[in-house]
Each structure stands twice: as C-alpha cells, then as structure tokens.
Ligand binder design. Structure first.
Ligand code: ADP
Ligand code: MG
Length: 701
C-alpha cells in the first residue's frame, strides 16, 4: 500500500505552502508526495571520491580534490583580469581561478590550509584549472554531513525564483522518507529479485535520490527501470494473450487452389528465405482459432507486397474476401495495378476503391462487395467508410501502418460479424526494442533480407556549390536511359515556402532540361488527384525522364527503371525519411544512385544524418542512429509517444533491460498467468494498481 501521507496535496507538506505548490504542479506536475518521490533526478554530481591532481585526464571531468593554496596572484588588467591560486597536493599542482568577486576571495582565501574543492576542470597549455570551484576548509568539511552523490533535478527559472532548488527538493524528499518510515511495499517477485540480484523497492527509491556511490546508484536505476518496463510489457502481453484467447478469429484451414496455383504457376520469382519464413508465420496464425494481429516489418524493397498477396489468397481459398489498405492514393493505385497484374490469369475479381472512384462505379462496386463477388478490394481510407460493407471480410492488410492510427486499426473490426485477421506492414525500420514497446501487443514478423541481385545504391552527399556536377551527372544517366526522381522537402509549417522552392526548382530544371529533349513531370500534395495520377503515369510509363516531387512519393511507388534519387535540402529530412526515399531506387538491375544535396552550412546533427546515409544502407542500423539522435518520442511522432512517456528508462539506451523485462513478463504468463502464486503476489498487487487511478503506475496510458 501507498502510505496516505504520500497522497495528500503537496501544499500541506511542511515548507511548501500554496505558492510553491502551484509552481510544483504547473512546472513539474507534482501534486503529492508520491509524485515527488517519482520525480527522478536528471543527473548526479559524484562526490563519493577524491581525486589526486595527477589523476586528472581531460577537460570536463567533475572532480573533488583535497589540497592547499600555496600562491595567489592577479593576472591581466581590468576587465580581462582574474585571480589565480596555485593549488597543490602531494601529486602535483593546478590552478583555481576567479573572474568575479576577486577582491573578496583574495582577502578571505587561506594560504597553506587544506581545502576540499569541487568543480569541472579545464585543461589549457598542459595545466588543469578549476574556475570558481565550490570549496570548503577541510576541517569544516569533515564535520558536516555529505551524501556521496548529489542529485540534480530538472529546473526552470520559475522554480528557482520560488526557491525550489535542488537542495529544497532533496530536503522535501528526505522529509517524506522520514514521515513514511521509508517503507514501500515490494512490487516484484522474490524470484525476479533473486535472479537479477535486485535491491528492494524501498532501497531503490531511496538510493535513486540519495545514492552513496555510483555502484549503488546503478543498482537503484536498474531496479526501477526494470520495473517500469516490466509492467508495460505485462500489460502488452496480457492484451495480446487476451486477444488470442478471447477474440475468436476465422480459422483458415485450407491452403487451397488459388494459393497453390499462384505459387506454382504465377509466382514471378523465387521467394527469399525471409519471405518464406514470414509466410509460414502468417499461415500458422491464420490456421489458429484466434484473430491474427501481426506486424510485418521489412525494409523498403524487401518484398512485403507479395507476402501480403499470398496471405490474401489464403483468405480467398477459405471463401473469404480480403482487402489491402494504403495511406495514399498513388500507392493504392500502384498496389492495385501490381496485384491485379500478378493475378490476371487466375479468374479473381480484384477492384480498387479510393476517394476519386466515380459515384456510379462506386455504387456498383459496393453492391458487388456486399454480395461477395469481389475477392480483393484495394484502396485508401475510403475502405473505412460506413457504406463499405463486405460480404465476409477475412483478412485486412494495412500498408505503412504508421500513417494510420490505432483507432483505424480497430475500426476494421466492425465491418463484419467477427474481426478479420489483421496484417500490418511497415517499411519504417523500427529498432526491435522500440517495436516491442510500441507494438508489444502485436506479433512481429521481420523480412530481414533483400531480394537477390540488387546492387547496393551508391549514396553521395553534394554541397550546393557542386550543382553543376549534379546536372552533368543527371544528363549522363538520362542519356543511358535511366529515370530520375528529384524530391523537395515539404514540411507542414512552411508549406508555402516549400512549394515555392519546388516551383523554382522545377523552373530551373526546365531550363537545364528543356523539351523536347527532356520530359519532366511534377507531383505534389496540393494537386488534384487526377493531375497527380496523370503526372505519375507519365513517369511510370517512362515518358518522363525526371519526376519532381514533394515527399508524396515517399511511400511505395515502384519504378524499376528509376535509378537516381536526388534529394534537395537533404539536411531538412529526418533519417528514416531519407532512407525511405532512397529505397525508391535500386530496384532494377542497373547501378543506382542517391544524391543528397545540402546547403554548405550544416548543424552537427544534420551532418551525422547525412554521413550515416552515405555510410550505410541497413535500415535497422539507420533506425538505431535515428533513435539516438532524436529519442524515441520524436521517432514515432506525437500520437504514439504516449507509451514512451517513460520516467526513467530510455529505450535508446536500456535495450538490455527491456529484453530482460520482456523475458520475465513472458515467463510469468507462461507459468502463472493469473499471478496467483505467493511469490507473484507483489506483482499481482502492483499490476492491479496499473489500471486504478491512484496507482503508482497510473501514468502508463
Ligand atoms: P516493399 O517491401 O518495399 O513493399 P515491394 O513488395 O514493393 O517492396 O517489392 C519491391 C520489388 O521487389 C518489387 O518490384 C517486387 O516485385 C520485387 N520482389 C519482391 N520479392 C522478390 C523476390 N523474392 N525476388 C525478386 N524480386 C522480388
Ligand atoms: Mg511497399
């Protein structure tokens, strides 16, 4: 149980009062003592050890040293002047430096008396110095209480103005530990505590705020991070199991005529091993008596579509309908074209439905859908609209999942008496750990192999000053019969400016690539669907040499003859976007290129992004870098960051802990799904709190 005093409004705590309580609430979201105890430090200042001067290695070290001042002098004139003390211990000498209050220091500092000094050192010309160190005479230091490490909490001007400093927060927390006799009920099982040699909950909570030394802090952090991730995994796995046990799905027992016919007579290429493995996983799911919820991850070009197609054939073999939903009309059309093309001799009725399907055609189509005449329906969000009624939808494939919210995922359920099986495909390589946290309630399949015979794409970064070189290169490639994409950034906030850039780029391009020798098509988000389609078509058919576009082509289009991707203002794209765009080329037999154009001045982060792109084409490697650069919240966009609102664990750094936590959660469901054993009682109780508002884990959405 949580002691009552921890739940009282924070203003009733000694030393707080209404004004400070207000700021604690608004700035830090701290309403009660419990919130405060879970307000974890950002970092720590390590005062658990003393350094010798000859142990100093580099600038930036935060160190505590005992020594004596042997000499004091003022150097420089007026504004540039500083007070410099020569500070020694038995191993060497360094300098202490003051720029402000020089007079006061020169009068009060004691020569030849032992001091304890603390600060961040600088190394200059071979000499270490400490500017404005914290310092105390050794004899005073020895009689005052000092925790080994000092916690540093998040701060803001508003907070400091109210006197809410580190010292204040530490004081409050100490007070709570005293008042509650510092006892918190254990929330993990004895088994887990023993396996990982974890410290108790109470110890961990105390040590995270008042660690004695780095080892103890590490133990506290490990324990609390584990706990945080463990309970999230428990929830996700419970959801997954619930679905499997309670949500009945259609059992597709037959692998029948259509699947086999296609496999033996129409499959245009040999499947990769990864594709075979994933198909097996899907087949297995579909044969169960439970609804499938599977996430299929595979890098751009890894061949997800054919897997989806074959899964749909299994549905049809079992007398069900299937649908495939894509995030954009262009992509939906392309899927429609390639799927109907591949199935053309099989006597199946494949149709498409998008926002621009004409009214009369639409009406007819909906009738045939409801009567079951249509086997496969391919389209956009339009599939989710109410008049769209299937006769018996058995499988729904959703391409590029991150564009659809979870709400849409579940909306498909209400289209039918029973929920159809769901296969979600994404080309956004999500690091495995992140996928586990985000989609831990889905089963995960990964295509981690590209079809054979692809030549690696050559990626080149060019600064703006090299544009002539780019144009020459493009002309050479067109001469060889290749096609080229040119992509401009389009970011919501500056849409007007971006379109202007695209327009200007387009006009400049027409000057360099004039008709009739060259044909340039252009596609952007503001165009009417039919214009877009026409321009796309010109490029797909090969009539246009160059396609200028905003990121609408990001997802999906497949033009094997396009072998050059030029990305303008590449520094403005995120890594995963760059990777997606690059994936548009490299699909044919020719050598492909990705050219990243950028301005001459780049931020460090932008430089890292472009360097990463040049260095690797492995989507998962890129995703890991992206995760480190941006943090998990940004990576997935706002709507999905809720679950990533972790207090302590950091998915980009704590992947090992996540794996352990997930493993343990799986074990528990395997051995004691009701959490009823005596040993699992603490978990059971804490887990029950999860869904209750006052629960200690209530913040998990
Ligand atoms: P993505 O996973 O990005 O959706 P696609 O399904 O569009 O990839 O496949 C990319 C290209 O690779 C397509 O032209 C497709 O026909 C081709 N392809 C897919 N699987 C194979 C394979 N096993 N062997 C050869 N080519 C393949
Ligand atoms: Mg695709």
């Amino acid at each position: 149980m949580i002691p009552d005093t921890l739940l009282h409004p924070i203003e009733y705590t000694k030393g707080v009062g209404t004004a400070r309580a207000e700021v604690l609430r608004s700035e830090l979201g701290i309403h009660c003592g419990l919130d405060l105890l879970q307000f974890f430090p950002n970092r720590y200042v390590d005062k658990s050890r003393f350094y010798k001067i000859n142990e100093l290695i580099a600038s930036g070290m935060e160190v505590q040293i005992i020594g004596r001042i042997v000499h004091l002098k003022t150097i420089g004139q007026k504004r540039g002047s500083r007070l410099v003390a020569t500070f020694v211990d038995e191993t060497g000498q360094m300098e202490l430096v003051w720029f402000r209050s020089q007079k006061w220091f020169s009068e009060h500092l004691k020569i030849n008396e032992p001091y304890v000094v603390f600060g961040r050192v600088n190394l200059f010309n071979g000499i270490f110095s400490l500017p404005h160190p914290e310092m105390e005479l050794l004899k005073d230091f020895e009689v005052s209480f000092k925790p080994g490490m000092q916690a540093v909490y998040r701060s803001s001007e508003k907070l400091t103005n109210r006197g809410i400093t580190n010292r204040f927060i530490s004081g409050l927390i100490a007070q709570f530990f005293k008042n509650t006799a510092a006892h918190f009920e254990e929330s993990l099982s004895g088994n887990i505590l023993r396996t990982y040699r974890m410290i108790s909950k109470t110890e961990a909570l105390f040590a995270i705020h008042f660690p004695e030394n780095p080892e103890q802090l590490a133990k506290a952090q490990f324990r609390l991070k584990f706990e945080e991730l463990f309970f999230i995994q428990l929830q996700l796995i419970a959801k997954n199991l619930y679905r499997k046990n309670k949500i009945k799905g259609f059992r597709f027992e037959k692998i029948g005529t259509y699947f086999n016919l296609f496999y033996h007579n129409h499959l245009p290429f040999e499947l990769t091993n990864a594709q075979k493995k994933v198909l097996k996983e899907i087949r297995n799911d579909l044969g169960q008596n439970a609804q499938m919820n599977r996430l299929l991850q595979g890098d751009v070009g890894s061949g997800k579509t054919i897997v989806a197609l074959m899964a749909m054939l299994i549905a049809i073999d079992n007398d069900f309908q299937a649908c495939l939903m894509a995030p954009t009309e262009i992509l939906a059309n392309q899927h429609f074209q390639s799927v109907s093309n591949q199935l053309k001799d099989m006597g199946l009725n494949v149709r498409s439905l998008t926002g621009s399907t004409k009214k009369t055609e639409r009406k007819l189509l909906l009738e045939k859908l409801e009567s079951g005449e249509i086997h496969i329906l391919i389209g956009t969000h339009a599939l989710l609209e109410d008049p769209v009624q299937f006769n018996n939808l058995g499988l729904c494939v959703i391409d590029e999942q991150h564009r659809f919210g979870v709400a849409q995922r579940s909306k498909m359920w209400y289209k039918n008496e029973y929920p159809p099986h769901i296969l979600v495909m994404t080309a956004t390589p999500i690091p495995r750990t992140l996928a586990m946290s985000l989609y831990g309630d889905l089963d995960l399949s990964v295509i981690d192999e590209l079809p054979p015979g692809r030549k690696p794409i050559k990626t080149i970064h060019l600064y703006e000053s090299k544009r002539l070189k780019l144009i020459r290169f493009m002309k050479d490639e067109i001469q060889k019969g290749r096609q080229i994409y040119i992509v401009y950034p389009l970011i919501q906030e500056s849409e007007v400016m971006d379109l202007k850039n695209l327009d200007e780029g387009y006009l400049a391009l027409l000057r360099d690539f004039p008709t009739p020798n060259y044909q340039v098509s252009v596609v952007h988000g503001k165009m009417k669907a039919e214009d877009k389609n026409r321009e796309m078509e010109r490029f797909v058919s090969g009539a246009a040499n160059i396609m200028v576009a905003t990121t609408v082509i990001e997802v999906g289009v497949d033009v094997p003859n396009a072998s050059v991707m030029v990305i303008e203002s590449a520094e403005r794209f995120g890594l995963s976007q760059l990777h997606q765009l690059r994936g548009r080329v490299g699909r044919g037999a020719e050598q492909s290129f990705c050219i990243l154009m950028s301005g001459n001045k780049l931020s460090n982060e932008a430089k890292t992004r472009l360097e990463t792109m040049v260095a690797t084409s492995d989507g998962f490697e890129i995703a890991e870098v992206d995760l480190k650069l941006r943090g998990p919240g940004d990576l997935m966009g706002k709507q999905q960051s809720g679950i990533l609102n972790l207090k302590l664990a950091d998915l980009s750094k704590d992947q090992n802990i996540l794996m352990m936590a997930r493993q343990e959660a799986i074990e528990i469901f395997r051995n004691d799904p009701a959490l009823s054993s005596k040993d699992n009682m603490p978990i059971n109780k804490a887990y029950a709190h999860l869904n209750s508002e006052k629960g200690i884990w209530g913040y998990i959405s």
